[in-house]
Design a protein around this ligand. Structure first.
Ligand code: ADP
Ligand code: TMP
Length: 252
């Protein structure tokens, strides 16, 4: 076992760093279709303009995301996830990413509240779906379907397929988080295309890219604790992980 681990580690040393993002590093492995993702111990806000180190954050975010991706795959959602490699590393299928962020909102919060001058907290009559063009330089501007198609970022069919997956994810995760005592307020997903042309859910699902409010107290249990300087980030993520593990272990 130890020999296998040493051998695996030697292999990892040959990986090539492709990209360092705000929360993760993407490494090319020896297999052209497989990437190694390293979750970093850092959090950013304001599109990277604010950045801080948080010991244990990479491990917690990775654990939550792997758990959620496995849960989604067990319920028929195609994703990039292959396996967890270590506390803060995964192997994933390499994608050609769509430069789009798909936001689904169940409750009024964040930019939706500020944009329309609303108080946070009201449950929306239906989930609100918004797409943003992923560009730090442009501050991720809103993009609609006709612009996405005109700019050849994705076709109508691609968009329909990705929004259908977003709806399925919401239908699966809203009740899961509710069982774990958290309201799934909103979340952001990203998609990519595999080398065989298939569109899959990619990137991550963690409190970095969703809002979770404690059902009993309405306390924030996501990256807003850092954005709004409310509570310790790693402790908050560890609590989300513990609650999710408890309900997923119960066989949901
Ligand atoms: P950001 O780029 O927003 O700073 P991260 O630090 O999370 O975000 O970096 C991860 C990057 O890797 C993102 O740009 C994301 O779009 C991209 N990515 C996620 N999953 C895959 C994948 N399976 N294949 C290729 N790229 C991916
Ligand atoms: P917003 O209210 O700031 O638009 O955020 C909506 C959801 O999308 C929230 O769960 C946080 C997530 N999100 C990201 O993951 N990345 C981003 O760059 C932005 C703006 C939001």
């Amino acid at each position: 076992m130890i020999i296998v681990r040493v051998f695996e580690r030697k292999f990892l040393e040959m990986d090539k760093l492709l990209y360092t993002g705000k929360a993760k590093e993407m490494w090319q492995t020896a297999d052209p279709d497989v990437l190694r993702v390293v979750y970093l111990d850092q959090a950013t806000a304001l599109n990277g303009k604010r950045k801080e180190h948080f010991a244990g954050k990479g491990k917690a975010a990775n654990a939550i995301s792997s758990l959620v991706f496995r849960y989604l795959m067990d319920h028929g959602v195609a994703t990039h996830f292959i396996k967890k490699l270590s506390a803060n590393e995964d192997l994933v299928k390499k994608c050609q990413m769509f430069p789009l962020e798909f936001v689904t909102r169940n409750v009024v919060a964040g930019h939706f509240a500020t944009r329309y001058g609303l108080k946070e907290g009201a449950v929306l009559a239906n989930p609100v779906e918004e797409t943003f063009f992923k560009s730090d330089d442009l501050d991720d501007p809103f993009i609609n379907e006709s612009a996405t198609v005109a700019l050849k970022i994705a076709s109508h069919q691609d968009l329909m397929q990705m929004w259908n997956i977003c709806r399925k994810v919401n239908d699966l995760l809203r009740p899961l988080f509710a069982k774990a005592g958290m309201q799934l307020v909103d979340f952001k997903l990203e998609f990519g295309r595999l080398s065989n042309g298939e569109i899959v859910l990619a990137d991550e699902f963690s409190p970095d890219n969703c809002r979770l409010w404690d059902t009993a107290t309405n306390h924030h249990m996501d990256k807003d604790v850092y954005r709004r300087k409310i509570a310790d980030l790693t402790q908050t993520y560890d609590e989300v992980l513990a609650r999710l593990q408890a309900v997923i272990k119960e066989g949901n």
